[in-house]
Design a protein around this ligand. Structure first.
Ligand SMILES: *[C@@H]1O[C@H](CO)[C@@H](O)[C@H](O)[C@H]1NC(C)=O
Ligand SMILES: *[C@@H]1O[C@H](CO)[C@@H](O)[C@H](O)[C@H]1NC(C)=O
Ligand SMILES: *[C@@H]1O[C@H](CO)[C@@H](O)[C@H](O)[C@H]1NC(C)=O
Ligand SMILES: *[C@@H]1O[C@H](CO)[C@@H](O)[C@H](O)[C@H]1NC(C)=O
Ligand SMILES: *[C@@H]1O[C@H](CO)[C@@H](O)[C@H](O)[C@H]1NC(C)=O
Ligand SMILES: *[C@@H]1O[C@H](CO)[C@@H](O)[C@H](O)[C@H]1NC(C)=O
Ligand SMILES: *[C@@H]1O[C@H](CO)[C@@H](O)[C@H](O)[C@H]1NC(C)=O
Ligand SMILES: *[C@@H]1O[C@H](CO)[C@@H](O)[C@H](O)[C@H]1NC(C)=O
Ligand SMILES: *[C@@H]1O[C@H](CO)[C@@H](O)[C@H](O)[C@H]1NC(C)=O
Length: 574
């Protein structure tokens, strides 16, 4: 092993010519003001992401084990097998630890693979070691302060070994427009042209004359969907699922809690055929809890749990509550993924209904780290299902993140109103093309087909080479119970509806002694016939790039909405 003696001498002598800027920004983002320097003796808890030794090998493996027809299909990896791909090399560990030790700093691993480490140091040490200027900034909306730096460096000799350091230049994630998925009151949003969270106490959906469709007029009467109506629309069984050792994980972030009394009332109202005492397990991390005070019931977490349980009829459901890290939703997501990867038996299906953000609003290093964590979950055989987001983002040409990560399944939203004869794209559903992740092979044919048929092959408005989202879609507007009241309209549940179908299919496979469905996209793109193609509508509500729903895959509804019996036919034979 190389001993970087000379190099340490230079550092300790305070010579920084051998440093390289890893990340920087010109100033704090809008909404934050500089308060002043942080006291030099204040302790910082920093996380260092160390370079994983073979992430490309992990990604190749994920595609093999997730592609029906591949000899390795369904052969998911153990935690140890995943760790071999993502652990830093011995060289990386020894060099980084020697560097830290030269400053008298100890590290502790945050993941079993040791690819994330935690270090505590004073502001003065951090300023010196990272050539940074840690300062205090205030969020003008909440008055909360955070310690950040506008730039940081690492020694050139460690450049290939340290991917990034957190928290440094990343401030609060800036959410999408009306952010349906952030709990109201905690975060303030940019200008919203057209709110897509409907006034929960009044019916704002106009009733048109009911016409004709295969789904009963009763279900379309209110344009808002209940479990019974979704069962009718997608052919979802209402019979109890067979007992099987599996679990459907529902994510909670940012202190959004799933309320048990609301769940019970929901089941009594909408699933009178089920035991209203049906409940869920709890996984917590980062000090997460599931507070049951009625006033703390989360709108989305509550609705997510209600649909997870109300649509899967007996599949074991687990609420995964990640404790709040101030201003740091995406680190919560990263912690959640890392935590789940290291479980011996992670839930086979996981839904993350959070709206996420725009891809340009997260640093690319961070986005890649989070996406690599989702690739690890895929390697473990987890179906990780996310929202493309519904809500207006004035002027946005950016695609939504984490939906653009190629290792998650992204769900767009549809509507089926009283006067409609078929589902149509929800006008506030997001979609688009990544600038960060290139188009994965599994969607090559579908996306090129779309680009060619719409004459967009050479579009300069969006990045035709990027990973395109969403993959599929489902009804977004549902009925639910919140703080003891039955509420008619909640937009943003499409992801939960789709994930519940995946959880049911997974339960069936596990009951039959087979592995779960794992990373779904290769299977989805092989089987467009298992989806109802949505051919009408667009996302014109407030977007700069208007995508139209077209025949075949499109960047607003993907392949369309699920047909349960068709999916069951496919997944039961694999
Ligand atoms: C850093 O400090 C936190 C408490 O603030 C502690 O939990 C953690 O173990 C410390 N890490 C190291 C590497 O000492
Ligand atoms: C922030 O501080 C200002 C000035 O003290 C005060 O007027 C405002 O109400 C505070 N805002 C919040 C959200 O606490
Ligand atoms: C919602 O609608 C009700 C009934 O029309 C109205 O009284 C209330 O002010 C509205 N709330 C909001 C936030 O617009
Ligand atoms: C109603 O549905 C039937 C069967 O799909 C179809 O033949 C008929 O044309 C539809 N009527 C209207 C008014 O759309
Ligand atoms: C539609 O809404 C009305 C009024 O809230 C309610 O009575 C009725 O049950 C709803 N219909 C369906 C099918 O949900
Ligand atoms: C649900 O729980 C309540 C209270 O423990 C009990 O009285 C009731 O019988 C239970 N219902 C069913 C269907 O098990
Ligand atoms: C387009 O996406 C690719 C990844 O597929 C990326 O390398 C490229 O930088 C993107 N172009 C722009 C203009 O962002
Ligand atoms: C797109 O660009 C390619 C290469 O520049 C060119 O051959 C092709 O004709 C263009 N297609 C369209 C539809 O403009
Ligand atoms: C959507 O359709 C409109 C109207 O036909 C058209 O102007 C627009 O270019 C289409 N958008 C895309 C991305 O194809």
């Amino acid at each position: 092993m190389q001993k970087p003696v000379a190099f340490f001498f230079l550092l300790l002598a305070g010579v920084h010519a051998n440093s390289l800027v890893l990340e920087k920004r010109n100033g704090p983002p809008p909404g934050f003001s500089h308060v002043g320097p942080t006291p030099l003796d204040q302790t910082l808890n920093l996380r260092l992401a160390l370079t994983q030794n073979n992430i490309a090998g992990l990604q190749d493996t994920v595609y093999d084990i997730s592609t029906p027809g591949n000899a390795r299909y369904g052969q998911y990896l153990t935690q140890d097998e995943v760790n071999k791909f993502v652990a830093p090399s011995g060289e990386t560990l020894s060099q980084v630890n020697s560097w830290l030790a030269a400053y008298g700093i100890a590290s502790s691993p945050l993941t079993p693979a040791g690819d994330w480490i935690s270090v505590n140091m004073s502001v003065s040490q951090a300023n010196e070691m990272f050539m940074a200027e840690f300062s205090t900034f205030q969020n003008q909306d909440t008055n909360e302060t955070v310690v950040r730096t506008l730039s940081y460096s690492v020694p050139i000799a460690l450049e290939a070994m340290i991917s990034w350091v957190h928290p440094t230049v990343k401030f609060v994630a800036q959410f999408l427009g009306s952010n349906l998925r952030a709990d109201s009151g905690k975060i303030s949003f940019p200008v919203v042209k057209k709110p897509s969270v409907l006034n929960l106490t009044s019916k704002t959906v106009s009733k048109r004359a009911s016409t004709n469709t295969s789904v009963s007029a009763d279900c379309r009467a209110n344009a808002s969907w209940t479990p019974a109506c979704l069962q009718e629309l997608y052919g979802i069984p209402s019979t109890p699922a067979q007992p099987a050792a599996n679990s459907f994980g529902v994510s909670g972030f940012q202190n959004g809690f799933a309320n048990e009394r609301d769940l019970k009332q929901f089941l009594e109202t909408y699933r009178p055929d089920m035991n209203p005492n049906t409940t869920f397990d709890l996984i917590t991390l980062d000090g997460g809890i599931n507070n049951q005070l009625p006033a703390d019931a989360g709108i989305f977490e509550g609705a997510d749990i209600q649909y997870a349980i109300g649509l899967t009829t007996g599949v074991p459901v687990t609420f995964i509550s990640t404790g709040t890290l101030p201003d740091d939703l995406f680190t919560e997501m990263l912690d959640q993924a890392q935590f789940l990867v290291s479980m011996e038996n992670p839930p086979q299906t996981i839904v993350n209904g959070n709206q996420g953000t725009l891809e340009t609003q997260v640093s690319s290093q961070f986005a890649i780290s989070l996406c690599n964590a989702y690739a690890q979950l895929a390697a473990r055989g987890v179906s990780y299902i996310v929202n493309v987001g519904e809500g207006c983002t004035p002027g946005a040409v950016d695609p939504p993140f984490p939906a653009t990560c190629p290792f998650v399944t992204a769900v767009g939203a549809t509507d089926f109103g009283p006067g409609d004869t078929e589902e149509t794209a929800n006008e506030a559903s997001q979609g688009g093309f990544s600038d960060l992740f290139k188009r994965p092979e599994y969607q090559d044919a579908a996306v090129s087909g779309y680009l060619e048929s719409t004459g967009n092959t050479n579009s300069t408005t969006f990045n035709v080479t990027g990973r395109a989202v969403p993959d599929v879609a489902a009804i977004g507007l549902v009925d639910f119970v919140w703080e003891g009241q039955v509420i008619d309209f909640l937009d943003g549940l499409s992801v939960q509806v789709f994930a519940s179908i995946v959880a049911l299919l997974t339960n069936e496979r596990i009951a039959a002694g087979k592995p779960g469905l794992g990373f779904l996209n290769p299977l989805i793109y092989q089987n467009p016939q298992a989806f109802t193609d949505i051919k009408t509508g667009n996302n014109a509500a407030c977007f700069e790039v208007v995508f139209n729903s077209t025949a075949g895959w499109d960047p607003i509804t993907g392949f369309g909405s699920p047909i349960y019996p068709a999916l069951q036919e496919i997944t039961s034979k694999l």
